[in-house]
Design a protein around this ligand. Structure first.
Ligand SMILES: CC(C)(COP(=O)(O)OP(=O)(O)OC[C@H]1O[C@@H](n2cnc3c(N)ncnc32)[C@H](O)[C@@H]1OP(=O)(O)O)[C@@H](O)C(=O)NCCC(=O)NCCS
Length: 421
Protein backbone atom coordinates (compact mmCIF):
# COMPACT_ATOMS: atom_id res chain seq x y z
CA UNK A 1 0.00 0.00 0.00
CA UNK A 2 1.25 3.49 -0.76
CA UNK A 3 1.02 5.38 2.50
CA UNK A 4 -0.88 8.64 2.60
CA UNK A 5 1.74 11.36 3.03
CA UNK A 6 2.65 13.80 4.40
CA UNK A 7 0.66 12.80 7.50
CA UNK A 8 1.18 9.11 8.43
CA UNK A 9 -0.94 7.41 11.09
CA UNK A 10 -1.00 3.64 10.71
CA UNK A 11 -1.74 0.94 13.29
CA UNK A 12 0.99 -1.72 13.33
CA UNK A 13 -0.67 -4.09 15.83
CA UNK A 14 0.33 -4.77 19.46
CA UNK A 15 -0.71 -1.24 20.39
CA UNK A 16 1.95 0.30 18.15
CA UNK A 17 1.27 3.16 15.72
CA UNK A 18 3.48 4.46 12.91
CA UNK A 19 3.27 8.24 12.64
CA UNK A 20 4.73 11.51 11.48
CA UNK A 21 4.78 14.41 13.97
CA UNK A 22 1.60 16.42 14.35
CA UNK A 23 2.85 18.87 16.97
CA UNK A 24 5.81 20.10 18.95
CA UNK A 25 5.15 17.49 21.58
CA UNK A 26 5.82 14.73 19.00
CA UNK A 27 9.06 16.43 17.91
CA UNK A 28 10.22 16.56 21.53
CA UNK A 29 9.39 12.89 22.09
CA UNK A 30 11.28 11.82 18.94
CA UNK A 31 14.24 13.90 20.12
CA UNK A 32 14.09 12.25 23.54
CA UNK A 33 14.41 8.78 21.94
CA UNK A 34 17.40 9.99 19.87
CA UNK A 35 19.11 11.27 23.04
CA UNK A 36 18.45 8.03 24.91
CA UNK A 37 19.81 5.82 22.11
CA UNK A 38 22.74 7.94 20.85
CA UNK A 39 23.61 10.52 23.52
CA UNK A 40 22.37 13.86 24.85
CA UNK A 41 23.64 15.90 21.88
CA UNK A 42 21.59 13.97 19.28
CA UNK A 43 18.07 14.82 20.49
CA UNK A 44 18.72 18.59 20.23
CA UNK A 45 20.18 17.99 16.74
CA UNK A 46 16.95 16.23 15.75
CA UNK A 47 14.89 19.09 17.11
CA UNK A 48 17.01 21.69 15.30
CA UNK A 49 16.71 19.77 12.04
CA UNK A 50 12.93 19.49 12.32
CA UNK A 51 12.39 23.07 13.46
CA UNK A 52 14.97 24.99 11.45
CA UNK A 53 16.47 23.10 8.52
CA UNK A 54 15.40 24.85 5.30
CA UNK A 55 14.75 21.63 3.32
CA UNK A 56 13.30 19.35 5.98
CA UNK A 57 9.62 19.03 6.95
CA UNK A 58 7.82 17.03 9.60
CA UNK A 59 6.64 14.67 6.86
CA UNK A 60 10.29 13.56 6.67
CA UNK A 61 10.21 12.22 10.24
CA UNK A 62 8.73 8.78 10.93
CA UNK A 63 8.25 7.32 14.38
CA UNK A 64 6.51 4.46 16.16
CA UNK A 65 4.73 5.02 19.46
CA UNK A 66 3.32 2.47 21.88
CA UNK A 67 -0.07 2.45 23.58
CA UNK A 68 1.37 4.51 26.43
CA UNK A 69 2.40 7.22 23.96
CA UNK A 70 6.13 6.51 24.26
CA UNK A 71 8.19 6.88 21.08
CA UNK A 72 9.96 3.52 20.68
CA UNK A 73 11.49 3.74 17.19
CA UNK A 74 12.20 6.47 14.64
CA UNK A 75 14.06 7.42 11.49
CA UNK A 76 14.06 10.47 9.24
CA UNK A 77 14.80 11.68 5.70
CA UNK A 78 17.34 14.49 5.48
CA UNK A 79 17.13 16.07 2.01
CA UNK A 80 20.24 16.91 0.00
CA UNK A 81 20.75 18.26 -3.50
CA UNK A 82 23.88 16.99 -5.23
CA UNK A 83 25.69 18.24 -8.28
CA UNK A 84 26.77 15.44 -10.59
CA UNK A 85 28.62 17.31 -13.32
CA UNK A 86 26.07 19.77 -14.75
CA UNK A 87 23.11 17.76 -13.37
CA UNK A 88 21.42 18.45 -10.03
CA UNK A 89 19.87 15.45 -8.34
CA UNK A 90 17.62 15.07 -5.29
CA UNK A 91 19.00 12.76 -2.60
CA UNK A 92 17.46 11.56 0.67
CA UNK A 93 19.65 10.58 3.60
CA UNK A 94 18.20 8.09 6.07
CA UNK A 95 19.17 9.56 9.41
CA UNK A 96 18.99 9.04 13.16
CA UNK A 97 17.70 5.45 12.94
CA UNK A 98 16.92 4.27 16.46
CA UNK A 99 14.78 1.71 18.29
CA UNK A 100 14.40 1.58 22.08
CA UNK A 101 16.21 -1.44 23.56
CA UNK A 102 13.02 -3.30 24.55
CA UNK A 103 11.56 -2.98 21.05
CA UNK A 104 14.50 -4.13 18.93
CA UNK A 105 14.39 -6.99 16.38
CA UNK A 106 10.62 -6.74 15.91
CA UNK A 107 10.84 -5.29 12.40
CA UNK A 108 10.05 -1.68 13.43
CA UNK A 109 12.86 -0.17 11.35
CA UNK A 110 11.98 -2.48 8.46
CA UNK A 111 8.39 -1.18 8.54
CA UNK A 112 9.49 2.45 8.63
CA UNK A 113 11.87 1.86 5.70
CA UNK A 114 8.84 0.99 3.51
CA UNK A 115 7.39 4.41 4.31
CA UNK A 116 10.77 6.09 3.97
CA UNK A 117 11.07 4.72 0.42
CA UNK A 118 7.60 6.06 -0.41
CA UNK A 119 8.75 9.44 0.91
CA UNK A 120 11.86 9.25 -1.30
CA UNK A 121 9.61 8.76 -4.33
CA UNK A 122 7.36 11.62 -3.26
CA UNK A 123 10.37 13.92 -3.00
CA UNK A 124 11.73 12.76 -6.39
CA UNK A 125 14.94 11.43 -4.81
CA UNK A 126 16.95 9.34 -7.28
CA UNK A 127 19.43 8.27 -4.60
CA UNK A 128 19.32 7.52 -0.91
CA UNK A 129 22.34 7.52 1.39
CA UNK A 130 23.13 6.48 4.94
CA UNK A 131 26.20 6.84 7.14
CA UNK A 132 25.04 3.85 9.18
CA UNK A 133 26.39 0.90 11.05
CA UNK A 134 28.14 -1.76 8.95
CA UNK A 135 26.15 -4.37 7.00
CA UNK A 136 22.68 -3.77 8.51
CA UNK A 137 21.35 -1.61 5.67
CA UNK A 138 22.22 -4.10 2.92
CA UNK A 139 18.88 -5.78 3.71
CA UNK A 140 17.15 -2.58 2.54
CA UNK A 141 19.07 -2.41 -0.77
CA UNK A 142 21.99 -0.18 0.35
CA UNK A 143 25.57 -0.89 -0.69
CA UNK A 144 28.88 0.91 -0.29
CA UNK A 145 29.94 3.71 -2.64
CA UNK A 146 31.53 7.17 -2.11
CA UNK A 147 34.00 8.05 0.65
CA UNK A 148 32.80 8.93 4.14
CA UNK A 149 34.91 9.64 7.25
CA UNK A 150 38.58 8.88 7.53
CA UNK A 151 41.07 11.01 5.65
CA UNK A 152 44.54 12.22 6.56
CA UNK A 153 46.42 12.12 9.86
CA UNK A 154 48.81 14.92 10.77
CA UNK A 155 50.79 14.51 13.98
CA UNK A 156 50.95 17.70 16.04
CA UNK A 157 54.76 17.76 15.90
CA UNK A 158 54.51 17.71 12.07
CA UNK A 159 52.29 20.81 11.89
CA UNK A 160 53.92 24.27 11.76
CA UNK A 161 54.39 25.62 15.28
CA UNK A 162 54.58 29.34 14.65
CA UNK A 163 51.67 31.28 13.18
CA UNK A 164 52.33 32.70 9.73
CA UNK A 165 53.05 36.41 10.11
CA UNK A 166 50.20 38.71 9.19
CA UNK A 167 47.39 36.14 9.49
CA UNK A 168 44.80 35.77 12.19
CA UNK A 169 41.80 33.50 12.70
CA UNK A 170 38.35 34.36 13.99
CA UNK A 171 34.93 32.69 14.13
CA UNK A 172 32.85 33.19 10.99
CA UNK A 173 29.66 35.28 11.05
CA UNK A 174 26.79 35.59 8.59
CA UNK A 175 28.50 38.71 7.17
CA UNK A 176 31.20 36.38 5.82
CA UNK A 177 28.67 34.48 3.68
CA UNK A 178 29.79 35.82 0.25
CA UNK A 179 33.42 34.96 1.03
CA UNK A 180 32.46 31.52 2.36
CA UNK A 181 30.38 30.77 -0.72
CA UNK A 182 33.28 31.69 -2.98
CA UNK A 183 35.66 29.53 -0.94
CA UNK A 184 33.19 26.62 -0.98
CA UNK A 185 33.04 26.88 -4.79
CA UNK A 186 36.82 26.61 -4.71
CA UNK A 187 36.72 23.55 -2.41
CA UNK A 188 34.36 21.63 -4.72
CA UNK A 189 35.71 22.75 -8.09
CA UNK A 190 37.60 19.51 -8.87
CA UNK A 191 34.94 17.18 -7.47
CA UNK A 192 32.68 15.13 -9.72
CA UNK A 193 29.95 14.89 -7.07
CA UNK A 194 29.29 17.36 -4.26
CA UNK A 195 26.48 18.89 -2.21
CA UNK A 196 24.74 22.08 -3.30
CA UNK A 197 24.87 24.73 -0.56
CA UNK A 198 22.10 27.28 -0.95
CA UNK A 199 22.33 30.54 1.06
CA UNK A 200 19.55 29.09 3.27
CA UNK A 201 21.70 26.06 4.06
CA UNK A 202 24.67 28.32 4.82
CA UNK A 203 22.46 30.27 7.23
CA UNK A 204 21.48 27.01 8.93
CA UNK A 205 25.15 25.98 9.22
CA UNK A 206 26.26 29.34 10.60
CA UNK A 207 23.42 29.95 13.02
CA UNK A 208 24.88 30.80 16.40
CA UNK A 209 24.18 28.25 19.09
CA UNK A 210 24.82 28.23 22.81
CA UNK A 211 24.67 24.48 23.46
CA UNK A 212 26.42 22.49 20.72
CA UNK A 213 24.25 19.76 19.18
CA UNK A 214 25.52 16.60 17.44
CA UNK A 215 26.01 18.25 14.04
CA UNK A 216 27.43 21.57 15.35
CA UNK A 217 30.68 22.74 13.84
CA UNK A 218 32.94 25.67 14.62
CA UNK A 219 33.43 27.72 11.47
CA UNK A 220 36.68 29.72 11.44
CA UNK A 221 37.90 32.18 8.82
CA UNK A 222 41.57 32.91 8.11
CA UNK A 223 42.14 36.66 7.71
CA UNK A 224 45.10 38.29 5.99
CA UNK A 225 46.78 41.40 7.48
CA UNK A 226 44.34 43.69 5.63
CA UNK A 227 41.35 41.74 6.98
CA UNK A 228 40.60 40.01 3.66
CA UNK A 229 39.37 36.43 4.08
CA UNK A 230 42.01 34.00 2.83
CA UNK A 231 40.43 30.71 3.85
CA UNK A 232 38.02 28.95 6.17
CA UNK A 233 37.62 25.70 8.03
CA UNK A 234 34.85 23.83 9.85
CA UNK A 235 35.53 21.67 12.90
CA UNK A 236 32.90 19.27 14.33
CA UNK A 237 32.08 19.63 18.03
CA UNK A 238 31.29 15.89 18.28
CA UNK A 239 32.84 12.83 16.66
CA UNK A 240 33.87 9.34 17.64
CA UNK A 241 37.59 9.84 18.41
CA UNK A 242 39.67 12.17 20.59
CA UNK A 243 41.63 13.88 17.80
CA UNK A 244 40.92 17.30 16.29
CA UNK A 245 38.88 16.75 13.12
CA UNK A 246 38.70 19.11 10.15
CA UNK A 247 35.55 18.52 8.11
CA UNK A 248 35.90 21.29 5.61
CA UNK A 249 38.61 23.71 4.47
CA UNK A 250 39.35 26.02 1.57
CA UNK A 251 42.27 28.38 1.07
CA UNK A 252 43.40 31.07 -1.33
CA UNK A 253 47.15 30.63 -0.68
CA UNK A 254 49.73 28.31 0.85
CA UNK A 255 50.64 30.91 3.47
CA UNK A 256 47.00 31.09 4.61
CA UNK A 257 47.12 27.29 4.86
CA UNK A 258 50.27 27.37 7.00
CA UNK A 259 48.55 29.88 9.29
CA UNK A 260 45.55 27.55 9.54
CA UNK A 261 47.66 24.47 10.32
CA UNK A 262 49.54 26.40 13.03
CA UNK A 263 46.20 27.47 14.52
CA UNK A 264 44.90 23.88 14.45
CA UNK A 265 48.04 22.65 16.18
CA UNK A 266 47.67 25.24 18.95
CA UNK A 267 43.97 24.44 19.35
CA UNK A 268 44.65 20.66 19.54
CA UNK A 269 47.53 21.14 21.99
CA UNK A 270 45.36 23.38 24.15
CA UNK A 271 42.55 20.81 24.24
CA UNK A 272 44.88 17.81 24.74
CA UNK A 273 43.89 16.29 21.39
CA UNK A 274 46.52 13.78 20.19
CA UNK A 275 46.61 14.57 16.45
CA UNK A 276 44.79 16.32 13.61
CA UNK A 277 42.61 14.36 11.18
CA UNK A 278 41.69 16.02 7.92
CA UNK A 279 38.39 14.41 6.94
CA UNK A 280 38.79 15.83 3.43
CA UNK A 281 39.30 14.60 -0.13
CA UNK A 282 42.87 14.03 -1.34
CA UNK A 283 42.74 16.95 -3.77
CA UNK A 284 41.79 19.46 -1.06
CA UNK A 285 44.35 22.28 -0.76
CA UNK A 286 44.77 21.82 3.01
CA UNK A 287 45.42 18.08 2.49
CA UNK A 288 48.02 18.85 -0.17
CA UNK A 289 49.74 21.22 2.20
CA UNK A 290 49.49 18.86 5.19
CA UNK A 291 51.00 16.07 3.09
CA UNK A 292 53.98 18.33 2.47
CA UNK A 293 54.35 18.43 6.28
CA UNK A 294 54.08 14.60 6.47
CA UNK A 295 50.34 13.84 6.79
CA UNK A 296 49.52 10.21 5.96
CA UNK A 297 46.37 8.65 4.56
CA UNK A 298 44.12 6.74 6.95
CA UNK A 299 41.75 5.56 4.21
CA UNK A 300 38.02 6.07 4.52
CA UNK A 301 34.77 4.34 5.47
CA UNK A 302 32.00 4.70 2.92
CA UNK A 303 28.50 6.03 2.39
CA UNK A 304 25.91 3.31 1.86
CA UNK A 305 23.76 4.03 -1.15
CA UNK A 306 20.40 2.84 -2.43
CA UNK A 307 19.12 3.67 -5.91
CA UNK A 308 15.36 3.11 -6.12
CA UNK A 309 15.32 3.13 -9.95
CA UNK A 310 18.54 2.95 -11.99
CA UNK A 311 16.83 4.24 -15.15
CA UNK A 312 15.57 7.31 -13.25
CA UNK A 313 19.10 7.98 -11.97
CA UNK A 314 20.53 7.78 -15.51
CA UNK A 315 17.85 10.14 -16.82
CA UNK A 316 18.64 12.58 -14.01
CA UNK A 317 22.37 12.64 -14.80
CA UNK A 318 21.86 12.72 -18.60
CA UNK A 319 23.21 16.33 -18.94
CA UNK A 320 26.51 15.22 -17.39
CA UNK A 321 26.71 12.12 -19.60
CA UNK A 322 26.09 14.27 -22.68
CA UNK A 323 28.89 16.65 -21.63
CA UNK A 324 31.29 13.71 -21.27
CA UNK A 325 30.40 12.38 -24.71
CA UNK A 326 30.72 15.81 -26.34
CA UNK A 327 34.23 16.11 -24.95
CA UNK A 328 35.36 12.69 -26.22
CA UNK A 329 35.90 10.43 -29.23
CA UNK A 330 32.15 9.73 -28.99
CA UNK A 331 30.96 13.28 -29.75
CA UNK A 332 27.70 13.10 -31.70
CA UNK A 333 27.20 9.40 -30.83
CA UNK A 334 24.11 7.57 -32.10
CA UNK A 335 23.79 4.05 -30.70
CA UNK A 336 22.40 2.01 -27.81
CA UNK A 337 24.48 0.98 -24.81
CA UNK A 338 22.89 -2.21 -23.52
CA UNK A 339 23.49 -3.10 -19.89
CA UNK A 340 22.58 -6.51 -18.51
CA UNK A 341 21.90 -6.94 -14.77
CA UNK A 342 21.10 -10.66 -15.31
CA UNK A 343 17.60 -10.41 -13.84
CA UNK A 344 16.83 -7.34 -15.94
CA UNK A 345 18.72 -4.58 -17.68
CA UNK A 346 18.77 -1.17 -19.30
CA UNK A 347 19.46 0.36 -22.69
CA UNK A 348 20.84 3.88 -22.86
CA UNK A 349 19.79 5.23 -26.26
CA UNK A 350 21.99 8.03 -27.64
CA UNK A 351 21.05 10.11 -30.68
CA UNK A 352 23.53 12.74 -31.98
CA UNK A 353 25.26 12.74 -28.62
CA UNK A 354 22.07 13.26 -26.59
CA UNK A 355 20.44 10.78 -24.20
CA UNK A 356 17.21 10.05 -26.05
CA UNK A 357 15.77 7.49 -23.65
CA UNK A 358 16.61 4.90 -21.03
CA UNK A 359 14.58 1.75 -21.58
CA UNK A 360 14.58 -2.00 -21.00
CA UNK A 361 16.90 -3.60 -23.60
CA UNK A 362 15.31 -5.54 -26.43
CA UNK A 363 17.64 -8.54 -26.03
CA UNK A 364 19.45 -8.74 -22.69
CA UNK A 365 21.69 -11.48 -24.15
CA UNK A 366 23.32 -8.98 -26.53
CA UNK A 367 24.63 -6.72 -23.77
CA UNK A 368 27.61 -4.35 -24.05
CA UNK A 369 28.09 -4.57 -20.27
CA UNK A 370 26.98 -7.31 -17.89
CA UNK A 371 27.24 -6.96 -14.10
CA UNK A 372 25.17 -7.27 -10.92
CA UNK A 373 22.90 -4.23 -10.52
CA UNK A 374 24.53 -3.28 -7.18
CA UNK A 375 27.93 -3.10 -8.87
CA UNK A 376 26.57 -0.59 -11.41
CA UNK A 377 25.99 2.09 -8.73
CA UNK A 378 29.69 2.58 -7.79
CA UNK A 379 30.50 2.66 -11.54
CA UNK A 380 27.92 5.39 -12.22
CA UNK A 381 29.16 7.39 -9.21
CA UNK A 382 32.79 7.19 -10.42
CA UNK A 383 33.76 5.29 -7.27
CA UNK A 384 34.95 2.05 -8.90
CA UNK A 385 36.46 1.27 -12.31
CA UNK A 386 35.46 -1.60 -14.56
CA UNK A 387 38.63 -3.47 -13.62
CA UNK A 388 37.97 -3.04 -9.89
CA UNK A 389 34.41 -4.27 -10.35
CA UNK A 390 35.54 -7.32 -12.33
CA UNK A 391 38.10 -8.06 -9.61
CA UNK A 392 35.34 -7.99 -6.95
CA UNK A 393 32.60 -9.57 -9.09
CA UNK A 394 33.77 -12.03 -11.77
CA UNK A 395 30.29 -11.84 -13.32
CA UNK A 396 31.26 -8.37 -14.65
CA UNK A 397 32.15 -8.38 -18.37
CA UNK A 398 31.97 -6.12 -21.43
CA UNK A 399 32.22 -6.39 -25.17
CA UNK A 400 35.29 -5.07 -26.97
CA UNK A 401 35.19 -1.39 -27.69
CA UNK A 402 32.19 -0.79 -25.41
CA UNK A 403 34.76 -0.55 -22.63
CA UNK A 404 35.99 2.82 -23.86
CA UNK A 405 32.44 4.15 -24.20
CA UNK A 406 31.58 2.98 -20.66
CA UNK A 407 34.77 4.56 -19.28
CA UNK A 408 33.95 7.77 -21.16
CA UNK A 409 30.47 7.92 -19.64
CA UNK A 410 31.47 6.79 -16.15
CA UNK A 411 35.10 7.76 -15.47
CA UNK A 412 36.58 7.40 -12.01
CA UNK A 413 36.12 10.70 -10.23
CA UNK A 414 36.69 12.29 -6.89
CA UNK A 415 33.45 12.81 -4.97
CA UNK A 416 33.13 14.36 -1.54
CA UNK A 417 30.05 15.39 0.38
CA UNK A 418 30.55 18.40 2.60
CA UNK A 419 27.49 18.32 4.81
CA UNK A 420 24.25 20.29 4.51
CA UNK A 421 23.38 20.18 8.23
C1 LIG B 1 20.08 -0.93 14.59
C2 LIG B 1 18.66 -0.69 15.08
C3 LIG B 1 18.20 0.68 14.61
C4 LIG B 1 17.74 -1.78 14.52
O1 LIG B 1 16.40 -1.50 14.89
P1 LIG B 1 15.29 -2.66 14.94
O2 LIG B 1 13.96 -2.00 15.12
O3 LIG B 1 15.70 -3.68 15.92
O4 LIG B 1 15.43 -3.24 13.46
P2 LIG B 1 14.48 -4.28 12.73
O5 LIG B 1 13.91 -5.27 13.71
O6 LIG B 1 13.49 -3.56 11.87
O7 LIG B 1 15.56 -4.94 11.79
C5 LIG B 1 15.25 -5.59 10.60
C6 LIG B 1 15.99 -6.91 10.56
O8 LIG B 1 17.37 -6.74 10.88
C7 LIG B 1 17.73 -7.56 12.01
N1 LIG B 1 18.65 -6.77 12.83
C8 LIG B 1 18.33 -5.92 13.82
N2 LIG B 1 19.45 -5.34 14.32
C9 LIG B 1 20.48 -5.83 13.60
C10 LIG B 1 21.87 -5.60 13.62
N3 LIG B 1 22.44 -4.72 14.49
N4 LIG B 1 22.64 -6.27 12.71
C11 LIG B 1 22.09 -7.14 11.85
N5 LIG B 1 20.76 -7.39 11.78
C12 LIG B 1 19.97 -6.75 12.65
C13 LIG B 1 16.42 -7.81 12.71
O9 LIG B 1 16.48 -9.01 13.45
C14 LIG B 1 15.47 -7.92 11.54
O10 LIG B 1 15.65 -9.17 10.92
P3 LIG B 1 14.43 -10.02 10.29
O11 LIG B 1 13.74 -9.09 9.33
O12 LIG B 1 15.10 -11.16 9.66
O13 LIG B 1 13.57 -10.37 11.46
C15 LIG B 1 18.57 -0.75 16.64
O14 LIG B 1 19.19 -1.94 17.07
C16 LIG B 1 19.23 0.44 17.34
O15 LIG B 1 18.59 1.44 17.61
N6 LIG B 1 20.53 0.31 17.66
C17 LIG B 1 21.29 1.36 18.33
C18 LIG B 1 21.43 2.60 17.46
C19 LIG B 1 22.02 2.32 16.08
O16 LIG B 1 23.06 1.67 15.94
N7 LIG B 1 21.34 2.85 15.05
C20 LIG B 1 21.78 2.75 13.68
C21 LIG B 1 22.62 3.92 13.38
S1 LIG B 1 22.91 3.99 11.67
Amino acid sequence: MTPVLPRVNEALGNGLTLRTPAGLDDVERVAALASTVFGPEVGPMMQTLLMRHPSMTWADQLFVENAAGEVVSALCLIPWTWRYGRAEIAVGEMGVVATAVDYRRRGLVRRQVDFFKARLAERGCVLSIIQGIPFYYRQFGYDYALPLEGGWRLELRQAPAAPEAGYSLRRATLDDLPALQALYARAVRGLTIYAVRTPEIWHYLLEPYTTPVADSRQTWVVCAADGAIAGYTRLPEFHFGTELVVDEASLVSASAGVALLAHLRRQAEGAGQPFIRLNLPGSNDLVQLARAFGAASEGTYSWQIFVPDLAALLRAIAPALEDRLADSLYAGLTRDLRINFYRDGLALRFAQGRVQEVTAPAEPGQADLSLPAWAFVPLVLGHRTLDELRFAYPDTSWRGEARLLIETLFPRGEAFLYTVY
